[in-house]
Design a protein around this ligand. Structure first.
Ligand SMILES: [Zn+2]
Length: 305
């Protein structure tokens, strides 16, 4: 297990231990009998360790103490296991590992790794196909579009790394779910073990500025990553000799290397041509490589519920 995961589980255990402590002191405040039961239990363990009680005697005393504690809890209106150790994952008891002898990673650890990976790739782990909600669409037409779009995007993920049309461009006004679907694709790709990176055009241009004059590691990553999602194209600053040039270079190199790219923009096709020029637009809208998905309708975020 890597150190990031170890730190994560140590944090989870600390948090749960603190919660346990808090529950115990709350119960002991309400009923002093809890405290004497805890002390009795401690005495039993000590007596057993000192050989004054047999293991069987100690076990039966401890069972009696636990039973009384459970009854007290129930009488207080709490669940009988309220003072049992708390585990976020009962399977691995928050260790991240399961199994005897040669241990293997628990399912919760795999999920956590995915999450960490997603954060590193700037992918939102909450915007996924699994979390997709058709009921958020304000009209039947939009809902039906959303459902078809989801199916299309899922098919795209399944066909990675070589979809029929490797590039997707999502166009439409804000709040129609473009970024959601782009993110869901990125997350789905990660789940399939495909190296993926999502970046806003704004951040991309910042990185391009930082790497000016040299082809930096970061810019190389944009060129080389198996799947790149470029979000919010059109919101980045237009810096002469940087914005259009770096976008062109990355998109062009990715096309040449047959690497899929997803671009999301609030601008129309005409606006994009005007903003970035024919040369870049021809890469963006190259019909042999790109499927254009147009989102339309009412903003999902301002929907009356
Ligand atoms: Zn677990």
């Amino acid at each position: 297990m890597n150190s990031t995961l170890q730190r994560y589980y140590s944090g989870v255990r600390q948090k749960n231990a603190a919660l346990s402590e808090q529950r115990l002191s709350e119960c002991e405040k309400k009923n002093p009998r809890f405290k004497s039961l805890r002390e009795e239990r401690g005495e039993v363990v000590l007596a057993m360790a000192a050989g004054k009680l047999s293991a069987a005697q100690a076990q039966s005393r401890i069972a009696a103490i636990s039973a009384e504690r459970k009854n007290l809890l129930i009488a207080m209106g709490q669940p009988a296991n309220y003072l049992d150790p708390i585990y976020s994952c009962p399977k691995c008891k928050d260790t991240g590992e399961v199994g005897e002898g040669r241990k293997k990673l628990c399912a919760c650890a795999l999920k956590q790794m995915q999450q960490t990976l997603a954060e590193g790739a700037r992918i939102n782990p909450k915007e996924t196909f699994a979390a997709f909600r058709a009921d958020l669409y304000p009209t039947d037409a939009q809902r039906s579009f959303g459902i078809r779009c989801k199916a299309y995007c899922e098919k795209y993920v399944a066909s990675l790394p070589h979809p029929e049309k490797p590039n997707l461009i999502f166009l439409g006004t804000p709040g129609l779910g473009k970024t959601y679907f782009a993110n869901a694709i990125a997350y789905g790709a990660l789940e399939r073990g495909i190296d993926t990176l999502k970046v806003t055009a704004y951040r991309f241009v910042q990185d391009a500025l930082d790497g000016i004059g040299s082809h930096t590691e970061t810019m190389r990553r944009y060129t080389d990553v198996s799947l790149l999602v470029l979000d919010d194209l059109g919101t980045e600053p237009m810096i002469p000799n940087v914005t259009v040039e770096s976008l062109f270079r990355v998109l062009n190199e990715r096309n040449t290397a047959d690497l899929p790219t997803i671009v999301v923009s609030n601008l129309t096709r005409e606006d994009l041509v005007e903003t970035y020029g024919e040369r870049l637009a021809s890469r963006l809208f190259d019909g042999s490589r790109t499927a254009i998905v147009k989102f339309s309708g009412n903003n999902l975020r301002t929907r009356q519920s």
